[in-house]
Design a protein around this ligand. Structure first.
Ligand SMILES: Cc1cc2nc3c(=O)[nH]c(=O)nc-3n(C[C@H](O)[C@H](O)[C@H](O)COP(=O)(O)OP(=O)(O)OC[C@H]3O[C@@H](n4cnc5c(N)ncnc54)[C@H](O)[C@@H]3O)c2cc1C
Ligand code: FES
Length: 306
């Protein structure tokens, strides 16, 4: 049986064990969220030995070459020496600069110790103490140096429970920056752009919407935001002020009706969708029925801690 070694801790595991499970079963508390290679919460550093990696392409080439791996995607097939991601050593410090509550949604603005180079629509693993979870950037790169996140605190959760107690001036750590499917492509400027968001799925689309406007998007922009209750339309005010953007604020019970009314004006329509898995599935189904080709639908799913 291969041996795993983390610091002073050394133990044998059955060949082919999932690295994330093996580390957590030994009590090492490696964070994770999606277990699917997308959130990057489970990043670990392999210092000696090679695990069998089912998704090497999920990490940038240089990062992979340095030995970083997504533990959820790796199997232990030989002796491995691993260092866990240490937010104090490996993360970027960021100070809470502003906190605002909109119903159950907490808007957090962070000032990182050094500027983060990112694109609208990407997400970052946020560390609050020992808890790490992926959150989408709602800010627009270059706008100012603050990073904005929208955190849905409606239900209890390890991260949300800590986030509720945040104070201005507190320190958090930024882990891995990651791009999902959501982005704005300048080649879309003359194509209708639909943005469909559920709850805090609005966060990355808020960044992308402003990126599209900044880049001078010339065709229709339509944004549909579904929320549990009126307070959940937490960006209603700034959204409704945006010139040339058609905004529909819909409550959950009105969603079927609103989706039935979605009729693309062109086969060229590009749709970006984001939110919890059930909502994204409903959006995608409706877009398919409405005739938006699958290749023109880009989705990020807020998978929860598995
Ligand atoms: C790429 C990506 C980007 C994301 N971006 C955002 C974003 O911008 N904004 C946002 O709000 N979310 C976002 N999420 C989702 C967010 O990361 C998850 O919802 C995360 O799990 C919340 O962490 P938590 O520690 O508060 O809840 P967790 O402790 O991880 O729990 C997850 C859910 O399960 C429930 N739960 C936990 N334990 C139990 C139990 N024992 N029994 C029953 N239920 C339980 C909790 O109530 C919670 O709702 C994103 C997810 C991904 C993958
Ligand atoms: S990438 Fe491993 S838990 Fe999300």
């Amino acid at each position: 049986m291969p041996e795993l070694c983390v610091g002073e801790h050394r133990w044998a595991v059955p060949t082919g064990s999932n690295l994330l499970d093996a580390l957590n079963e030994a009590g090492l508390n490696v964070p994770y969220s999606c277990r699917a290679g997308s959130c990057h919460a489970c990043l670990v550093h392999c210092l000696a030995g090679q695990p069998l990696d089912a998704m090497p392409e999920a990490l940038a080439l240089d990062k992979h070459a340095q030995g970083w791996r997504l533990a959820c995607q790796c199997r232990v097939v030989e002796d491995l020496r691993v260092a866990l991601f240490d937010p104090q050593r490996d993360g970027v410090p960021a100070k809470v600069s502003a906190l605002d509550w909109f119903g159950d949604v907490l808007r957090v603005q962070l000032r990182p110790e050094r500027p983060l180079r990112y694109q609208a629509g990407q997400h970052v693993v946020l560390w609050l103490g020992e808890v790490a979870r992926p959150y989408s950037l709602a800010s627009l790169p270059g706008e100012d140096e603050l990073l904005e996140f929208h955190i849905d605190c409606q239900r209890p959760g390890a991260f949300c429970d800590k986030a509720r107690g945040l104070q201005v001036g507190d320190e958090m750590r930024l882990g891995e920056l990651r791009g999902g499917a959501l982005h704005y492509d300048p080649e879309w400027q003359d194509r209708p752009l639909w943005l469909l968001a559920a709850g805090t799925g609005l966060a990355p689309l808020w960044g992308i919407l402003r990126e599209a406007l900044r880049q001078g998007h010339r065709s229709e922009i339509r944004l549909l935001h579904v929320a549990r209750d009126p307070a959940g339309h937490y960006l209603a005010e700034p959204l409704l002020k945006l010139p040339g953007v058609s905004v529909e604020l819909v409550l959950a019970e009105q969603l079927d009706e609103a989706l039935a009314g979605l009729r693309p004006s062109s086969r060229q329509t590009v749709a970006l969708v984001c939110g919890a898995p059930g909502s994204v599935e409903r959006f995608a189904r409706r877009l398919f029925i409405a005739g938006v080709p699958r290749g023109q639908v880009f989705a990020d799913v807020f998978v929860e801690h598995a």
